[in-house]
Ligand binder design. Structure first.
Ligand code: 5GP
Ligand code: SF4
Ligand code: MG
Length: 465
């Protein structure tokens, strides 16, 4: 998901809408905006679909007045899937004795089911099926005198990954979990302050990037400035390495690093680790593009657009049901026949998850007359589900959890298949010595099976680590 908030500007809602539009790649199912204006109270609009279709008309925007607002773009990883229900669309809102607050959450709460049960047993009335709603109920039960105190207390009971943007009538609040699994950045816009999942959302509104919110940090921004504190027990940061590989936009800066450059580095590493004689390097667009460019630069094999993407489709993997995903490949990607005919092609993609997309692409490219197809993958084999906010499927659906690399190569029907090594990936994100086995620098659980936060709910449901 993507989260965004702003305080201290004219017409916050239009700024939030632009920010969310820049974060649309993080969630395409639905979006919502909450604002506050003195005299008119809180306003909210939550809709299915794209930001550009829901939050651009003057009529809707006029219902969201005020100088402070937050927003969320949703991609379901917990709660209702597929047919998302409008009640699961964020921001969520709560009315407390000292006033109202709205929250938008990116990540996944790993003890949400246990918390929900406890809260429901004690009388909380949940409105949604979302894990994120726990935060509101925990805030309602807190005895804290101010809303940020309540949020702090609530978040201390929550386990898992969270980058939260929240607002009261006058305060914009941002918080990252102690491991900082999901991103969150702070920007400045005139006299106002901005919080966003990624820096690309600051660029679109021409805000100045100030810094990242630190893992475990909570910031409270008002017209007067930004206060910061660290409410959790300190921990070593474990940022999601898959944000660098796939999830974030290539024009964002994460941990001081350009996502684009990292992806190009991954391609270079791949070319070193798994060279192959071929005629051209083609990306599976768009997620494989920077890595394909890196592979081409390192290998000297020309880069070409052997597959053309229809720009009017969304991201395949963010479409939540299997049937839509299956349809999606042909709707979204087409082989550039004239280019690939008779050629030995290196296809570079970010990941192989279920293998359905990869298989279809290979079929299409062979149908178009390619002589050979060599797959090079910009992440290690995805063997484990993510419980921290990326929708990887259960292990039985993960190709790499059920097959060796040779079996996967045969299943996909390609001439060769190679994944970047875990150390190669760490080198590409700037860790010259690779992965620190004793104390990994990133979360890489979907590749390594080492979960930095115990996935309690899943363990309760019989998941075996
Ligand atoms: P697959 O071949 O595994 O079906 O799909 C791989 C391609 O689709 C990659 O380009 C990746 O961007 C995307 N993809 C499809 N499904 C998923 C998923 O569940 N999780 C992730 N991370 N990527 C996926
Ligand atoms: Fe990121 Fe994978 Fe960790 Fe999920 S399991 S947070 S996708 S690195
Ligand atoms: Mg892709």
């Amino acid at each position: 998901c993507g989260v965004f908030g702003v305080v201290g500007v004219d017409n916050a809602a239009s700024v939030v809408a632009l920010g969310l539009h820049a974060l649309q790649h993080r969630g395409q199912e639905a979006g919502g905006i909450v604002t506050h204006e003195f005299g008119q109270g809180f306003s909210s609009a939550r809709r299915f679909g794209y930001v550009r279709d829901n939050f651009t008309d003057a009529e809707t925007m006029a219902t969201l007045p005020g100088p402070i607002g937050i927003g969320h773009v949703r991609y379901s990883t917990a709660g209702s899937k597929g047919a998302t229900q409008i009640r699961d669309v964020q921001p969520f809102f709560g009315e407390f004795s000292m006033g109202g607050a709205a929250i938008a959450h990116n990540g996944n709460i790993t003890n949400a089911l246990a918390l929900r049960k406890e809260l429901v047993d004690r009388g909380s009335i949940f409105q949604s099926s979302s894990d994120s709603e726990c935060i509101i109920h925990l805030m309602a039960r807190s005895m804290g005198r101010k809303i940020p105190d309540r949020m702090e207390e609530a978040l201390r009971k929550v386990e898992g990954a969270f980058s939260v943007v929240a607002m009261t009538r006058t305060k914009l609040i941002g918080c990252r979990d102690p491991l900082g699994v999901r991103p969150l950045v702070l920007g400045q816009l005139g006299d106002g302050w901005v919080l966003a999942s990624e820096t690309c959302a600051l660029d679109i509104i021409n805000a100045t990037f100030i810094r990242e919110i630190e893992p475990g940090e909570m910031v409270v921004a008002t017209g007067k400035g930004v206060e910061s504190h660290f409410p959790f027990r300190p921990a070593k940061s474990r940022f999601c390495i898959f944000e660098h590989v796939y999830f974030s936009r290539p024009d964002s800066i994460l941990g001081g690093r350009s996502v684009y450059e990292t992806r190009e580095n991954i391609g270079r590493e791949l070319a070193k680790e798994a060279p192959v004689d071929a005629d051209m390097v083609c990306p599976v667009p768009d997620s494989g593009t920077p890595a394909a460019i890196g592979f081409s630069l390192e290998s000297g094999i020309p880069y070409a657009m052997g597959i053309i993407r229809n720009q009017y489709m969304g991201r395949t993997f963010i479409e939540p049901t299997e049937s839509i995903r299956n349809m999606g490949v042909r709707l979204k990607l087409n082989v550039n026949r004239a280019l690939v005919k008779g050629k030995r092609i290196i296809l570079v993609d970010d990941s192989v998850v279920r293998g359905t997309t990869s298989r279809k692409i290979k079929e299409m490219i062979l149908e178009a007359g390619a002589a050979e197809v060599h797959f090079r993958i910009a992440s290690p084999p995805t063997k484990w589900p993510c419980f921290y906010g990326v929708d990887t499927p259960q292990r039985d659906k993960l190709l790499a959890a059920n097959m060796t690399e040779e079996e996967m190569r045969d299943h996909l029907g390609v001439n060769s298949l190679k994944f970047i090594s875990i150390d190669g990936l760490y080198r590409a994100v700037g860790e010259a010595r690779g992965r620190d086995q004793a104390s990994p620098q990133y979360c890489d659980a979907c590749f390594s099976g080492e979960y930095p936060v115990k996935p309690s709910d899943m363990l309760d449901q019989g998941f075996e680590m």
